[in-house]
Design a protein around this ligand. Structure first.
Ligand code: C5P
Length: 402
């Protein structure tokens, strides 16, 4: 069950081009089972219509401070009490300045001031505005006041600039909210996680790889860190931003990943292999680009080391968890894989037309142990990762009871 289920969330929207992403965010929060009340500033309405937000949230948008229709004419107090969590996305530089100074000149800023619920801000603005001392000062003030700042990320901006100021993507915001509500079940444990694909070079420009985006592995790393673990994430090439509070080692090939794991695995309490490691690599890597002179080209491939199997045979041996992606008879194959590789648990997903997990924000997992099979269901990778981490933590503690 999602940690956001039945949570009362106020989704505040301020004026900025990233406001178009708020519709997606509202939908994702609703998918988690949250009750979403949108509050918009006047500037926000120039970027996205209240009707759109009403349709995706299922509730009429609130935007008026002095609203005779609100309970006793005090909408801000009633909304502030109703909220379990306030999220403002996007948050403009102006709104940050307003909150940092305790101003309450519209409904949204007044709710933020009146509520005792945690407040999260996802800033979005031009990179120069974000980097200005005034904005940075205001952000530091807000953080000292206990307000959580999510992002911004670095990248292309609507104004043509490149730099820090992009609003975090809706699924990353959701991840961050879920992480904040996690449990501490892995407090102090050392956890090593592999993620992403590997890249097996053929020559300086070409190589063999696979469709893994790294999203599931990064979500697992984020959930483990939120549960209190010291996480070392060893990742093949991905386009993802590393989760907060996670030590990242970036690698390319399976051999590099193996080397990094050999260094990282000790001392490690739990090892989770989420990476889609290439089974084979070209026997020789050409130093210059292969020319297309011949009609046929034969590649000689050699087997890569099985990192997970190696980890499972070490002494002391960490609690070892693997992943399996199968197109046919996934459960049967995964049961055999768990046994052959000597794993404590294996998480299996079926790769098919109904749900192809590669690159998707959703997944469906069954967790298989020696004597049981737990269906974690189909949900967001963020929520699945939390459920997975909670189950792994429970099994780990059962095994280490003295
Ligand atoms: O054998 P298969 O590739 O299906 O097993 C998948 C599991 O094994 C995943 O957990 C993956 O991270 C791990 N693995 C590995 N090293 C390999 C191949 C797979 O660690 N060379």
């Amino acid at each position: 069950m999602s940690l956001l289920r039945d949570q009362h969330i106020i989704l505040g929207i301020t004026g900025g081009i990233a406001a178009y992403k708020a519709a997606e965010l509202a939908r994702r929060l609703k998918d988690e089972g949250a009750l979403v009340q949108v509050v918009m500033t006047d500037a926000a309405k120039s970027f996205i219509s209240p009707l759109t937000m009403q349709a995706v949230s299922g509730r009429a948008v609130r935007d008026t401070l002095l609203d005779p229709a609100a309970e006793a004419g005090m909408g801000h107090i009633e909304l502030g009490r109703w909220a379990d969590l306030v999220l403002v996305a996007p948050t403009s530089a102006d709104f940050i300045a307003k909150l940092a100074n305790g101003m309450a000149s519209d409904l949204l800023s007044t709710v933020c001031l009146a509520t005792s619920a945690p407040v999260f801000l996802a800033p979005a603005m031009n990179q120069a505005m974000w980097q200005k001392p005034a904005t940075q000062r205001n952000v530091t003030t807000l953080q000292a006041d206990g307000i959580m700042i999510l992002g911004p990320t670095i990248g292309d901006q609507a104004c043509g600039d490149v730099g820090p100021g992009r609003m975090m993507e809706p699924h990353d915001i959701l991840n961050a909210l879920l992480a904040q509500t996690a449990s501490g079940s892995m407090q102090g444990l050392n956890v090593v996680i592999t993620a992403g694909p590997t890249w097996e070079a053929l020559d300086p420009v070409r190589g063999l790889s696979n469709h893994s985006s790294g999203k599931m592995g990064y979500a697992v790393a984020s959930a483990a860190a939120a549960a209190g673990a010291n996480v070392h994430l060893i990742s093949g090439p991905t386009a993802l931003t590393p989760p907060k509070r996670v030590r990242l080692s970036s690698v390319r090939s399976a051999e590099e990943m193996f080397e990094a794991v050999q260094t990282a695995h000790s001392p490690c309490d739990i090892f989770i292999g989420v990476a889609a490691v290439a089974d084979y690599r070209p026997q020789t890597v050409q130093t210059s680009k292969i020319k297309k002179n011949d009609d046929r080209l034969t590649l000689e491939l050699v087997k890569n080391p099985d990192i997970l199997s190696w980890v499972a045979t070490q002494s002391p041996r960490p609690f070892t968890v693997g992943f399996a992606a199968e197109t046919d008879q996934p459960i049967e194959h995964a049961r055999n894989k768990r046994r052959n590789k000597g794993l404590d648990l294996i998480a299996v997903n079926q790769v098919g037309e109904a749900l192809n997990p590669f690159g998707s924000d959703e997944n469906q997992l069954v967790l298989i142990g020696q004597n049981e099979e737990i269906d974690l269901g189909r949900k967001s990778k963020a929520q699945l990762a939390i459920d997975l981490i909670e189950t792994i933590a429970k099994k780990y503690h059962e095994q280490h009871k003295t």
